[in-house]
Design a protein around this ligand. Structure first.
Ligand code: DGL
Length: 305
């Protein structure tokens, strides 16, 4: 198989990364995708860095046998805990979501005061402030841990009166008093700090963008990594001459893209229903995988938590 014909691998702790997969499918509509959601062990955001790093190494071992042409770590918490180990071990480009989100924030801010709303794990890792300061040392960064927002999205996805819909078709879909109250509490550390831009540093947060914006104030700009990483991936594949495109069209092999999904969840139906709500297409091909039993990729020599 030509490298360009191989799928793009996308990984998340669960369903939330389908917001990233959706952005990638929209920017690169000819590309096939193999998506892995570690739903059984979600959330990652309240676990230790060491535990998430082990999970990332197991996921890396799974992708190592999947013949993908790139791996996207759609999960911010996993990017913070273990992007480096995947990049060191896999022989394809591995892109994480933190650097693209940081870049979008410094491009957008006028006050040069940026907020980061992310899981507890991502906030504790300090990865966003580091990535932002690597790009612009003069930007002031304020962080707010928002794992509580992950919980409320998961609850909504599990109980799902709205799941027959597509979340993009009704942006107010999560607009309930309970969700708004949680959003107000979560953004509290960012209020009064003069931030004009807030990074949605978690896969679940684009789903709650209207409620988060409302809690922050309507003039605050929200940026998310999803669109940014999709453009970065397109550029990476273009430079490597690995986009599905003219070569396949000339050979007549550029068929419909294949979307394959894998989950560690035992509830495949639940994954399919909530997944299509987020991804915007039916999830036709879903495989169950057991990551607990997989031998993890070795860690980077000399790595210390
Ligand atoms: N996918 C995670 C992230 O983007 C959020 C959910 C979790 O805590 O696992 O950080």
């Amino acid at each position: 198989m030509l490298d360009s014909e191989k799928p793009i691998g996308i990984f998340d702790s669960g369903l939330g990364g389908l917001t990233v997969a959706r952005a990638i499918a929209s920017v690169l509509p000819n590309e096939s995708i193999t998506y892995l959601g570690d739903t059984k062990r979600c959330p990652y955001g309240t676990r230790s860095q060491a535990e998430v790093r082990l999970f990332v190494r197991q996921v890396g071992a799974w992708f190592a046998h999947r013949d993908v042409k790139a791996v996207i770590v759609a999960c911010n918490t996993a990017t913070a805990a273990g992007l480096d180990v995947l990049q060191s071990s896999l022989d394809v480009p591995v892109l994480g979501v933190i650097e693209p989100g940081a870049r979008a924030a410094i491009q957008a801010t006028r006050t040069r005061r940026v907020g980061v709303l992310a899981t507890q794990g991502t906030v504790s890792s300090g990865s966003y402030p580091r990535a932002i300061h690597d790009l612009d040392a003069g930007v002031k960064v304020f962080q707010a841990p928002g794992s509580v927002l992950v919980e409320i999205v998961e609850e909504e996805l599990a109980n799902g009166p709205h799941l027959h819909q597509d979340w993009m078709s009704d942006k107010q879909i999560f607009d309930t008093p309970a969700v708004n109250a949680v959003a107000r509490t979560a953004v509290e550390p960012l209020l009064g700090k003069g931030v004009d831009t807030v990074v949605l540093g978690c896969t679940h947060f684009p789903l709650l963008a209207p409620e988060i914006r409302h809690a922050l104030g309507e003039d605050v700009m929200l940026v998310s990594s999803a669109e940014e990483i999709a453009s970065e991936l397109r550029e990476t594949l273009r430079r490597r001459n690995e986009l599905v495109g003219p070569a396949e069209a000339a050979k007549g092999t550029a068929g419909e893209p294949l979307y394959r999904f894998a989950t560690t969840s035992d509830d495949i139906t639940g994954f399919a229903v909530a997944g299509s709500f987020i991804f915007g297409h039916a999830l036709d091909s879903i495989e169950h995988v057991d990551l607990d039993g997989i031998e993890a990729l070795p860690d980077v020599p000399g790595y210390e938590a």
